[in-house]
Design a protein around this ligand. Structure first.
Ligand code: MSP
Length: 523
């Protein structure tokens, strides 16, 4: 069986979950569900990033010990996953023992290995330079700007501070040629979309400097093996989650273990702000430790809200729970993945959300289901109709759904183009609505009942196919629609059964609308 390992970034627990976090997780969930329905063995991981200076500071500012603080706030991200109906197989916290053991071993392996230039991968030195706690990242002087307040800031807008302390370094500079080779020759599909790939390539071509990978001025983290005054750089700690959650190193060599089954990861989904960590540092760390690099990293864009950046100070962060309460879970899931080409930035506006709900979901898909199923209920004896021979128009509509499968495999599996996948499915929904108008079953009822039955059959089966294909995006609503078509939960809803049509004569329960129109409550 083909395997698929997909991961979200692990979330910093200092922030309350907002729609931006929900977005990454949701995209991964849609893909994980798609792959499962397509017959693959899937492992889908998410979790929380709990060490480092930023989290330690958030805990102390709130008067708590870091461990108590992280225990409490990590739960918010688990709750988010439940609110969004996320199908993750595991949830990792970097404060867990399994993770700490993995990080220590990864460090030891890196330290034991040599860089391509023959020197050791890790060496002790002194870091003197700029650090942004908000990004947990080091910056060169040339990357900074000075604001009107005289403070220096990183390109992300985060304030930087001068840090001078003993530090272990990773010999990243020596991995530059291997990285360029990896991007260009060994794995040209490593980074998506192309704009990000080009950015990373030019960053690496400019020349890499060695990376500071330990800190000594605070203590909330994993100690460096053999030198516990140092704690590991939080990004080395965090990135390791992708292998620690698979049970490495404990199950190394066990062919039935998760690591053997699922590493290297098929896809690390990340936001555009954390591409460098995943595409430069992470593959180099792994290679230095003698492990395989991941197969692909895809970076999506950022959401603004009503045209503005989401921020604590503006207090405009959109809370997923509030959106779900207002619009329903599946409409929110649909909107986020349909509205913006995945990879580009997008704006979350209530007006756009309502437009999508009322146009795509209520008018196009909802109405198709509702008018066909209630017509069958009233005029077709409330059973799956018995079709006669199919006309070319009938075949065209049925074939259109079958033809979607390779398109979806490409758009989702290879390109992570959620919007294009949804567009393709909804083009068939539009075809089906046109087919209803042209075939006019209400007229056939009087003139040609046998033909009416065929038309209704073709429509019911098209709705079944569309509902099966939309399950990854809107699992709960599509389950309801498939219930109304009397398709039992389980393997009958897998992609492999797309062409195994409805059985004439099967009793159909009374239909109920799946997507109500959204109307602003009168004030
Ligand atoms: N802890 C690190 C990731 C470590 S992975 C080994 C981190 N955490 S984060 O909580 O700050 O961000 C997690 C993800 O949320 C990132 O992919 C980031 O891009 C995404 N988003 C945060 N705000 C966002 C928006 N406003 N819009 C879209 N995604 C955003 O970085």
């Amino acid at each position: 069986m083909q395997r698929f390992y997909i991961t979200t970034p692990i979330y910093y627990v200092n922030d309350a979950p907002h729609i931006g976090h929900a977005y990454t997780t949701l995209a991964c969930d849609a893909l994980a569900r798609f792959m499962r329905l397509d017959g693959r063995a899937v492992h889908f991981l998410t979790g929380t990033d709990e060490h480092g200076q930023k989290v330690e500071k958030a805990a102390r500012d709130g008067g708590s010990e870091p461990q108590d603080f992280t225990d409490k706030v990590s739960q918010n991200f688990r709750d988010l996953a439940r609110e969004l109906d996320i199908s993750n197989d595991d949830f990792i916290r970097t404060t867990e023992a399994r993770h700490k053991a993995c990080c220590s071993e990864l460090w030891r392996r890196m330290a034991a290995g040599t860089a391509p230039n023959g020197e050791s991968n890790i060496y002790l030195g002194k870091y003197a330079g700029w650090y942004a706690v908000r990004d947990e990242a080091f910056y060169g002087e040339d990357e900074l700007t000075t604001g009107p307040d005289g403070r220096k800031r990183a390109p992300s807008g985060a304030e930087v501070e001068w840090v001078e302390e003993p530090s272990y370094f990773f010999r990243l500079s020596a991995w530059q040629d291997w990285l360029l080779d990896y991007y260009s020759t060994i794995n040209p599909d490593f980074i998506g979309p192309n704009t990000r790939r080009n950015e990373v390539l030019s960053f690496v071509k400019q020349g890499l400097t060695d990376l500071s990978i330990s800190r000594t001025t605070f203590s909330w983290g994993i100690p460096v093996p053999g030198d516990p005054k140092h704690i590991m750089y939080v990004w080395l700690d965090a990135l390791s989650n992708y292998v620690s959650a698979l049970g490495w190193p404990a199950n190394e060599g066990d062919p039935a273990g998760l690591f053997a089954k699922f590493w290297p990861a098929d896809l690390h989904m990340v936001g555009k702000d954390i591409v460098r960590f995943h595409t430069v540092y992470w593959p180099a760390f792994l290679k230095a430790a003698g492990l395989e690099p991941p197969r692909r990293v895809f970076a999506h864009g950022w959401w603004t809200v009503e045209g503005q950046k989401m921020s604590k100070s503006l207090g405009n962060a959109v809370k997923p729970a509030a959106m779900i309460a207002k619009y329903g879970l599946d409409p929110v899931r649909y909107f986020l993945l349909r509205e913006v080409p995945f990879g580009q930035d997008g704006d979350f506006s209530q007006a756009a959300m309502v437009r999508r709900i009322n146009t795509d979901l209520a008018n196009d898909l909802g109405n198709l289901g509702q008018r066909v199923l209630s017509f069958i209920q009233k005029n077709g004896g409330a059973v799956v109709p018995q079709p006669g021979a199919f006309t070319p128009e009938d075949r065209r509509l049925l074939d259109a759904t079958t033809a979607l499968m390779p398109v979806l495999r490409h758009e989702l599996g290879q390109m992570q183009a959620f919007n294009r996948a949804l567009e393709a499915i909804f083009a068939v929904v539009a075809d089906a609505n046109r087919y209803v108008d042209v075939q006019a079953p209400w007229t056939l009822r009087k003139t040609d009942p046998a033909r009416m039955a065929t038309v209704l059959y073709v429509l019911a089966d098209t709705i079944r196919r569309v509902a099966i294909l939309l399950q990854p995006f809107m699992p709960q609503s599509m389950a309801k629609l498939l219930d109304q078509l009397a398709v039992p939960p389980g393997p009958g809803r897998d992609f492999a059964r797309l062409e195994q049509a409805l059985v004439p004569g099967t009793a159909l329960p009374p239909p109920a609308g799946v997507f109500p129109r959204y109307q602003e409550a009168a004030t």
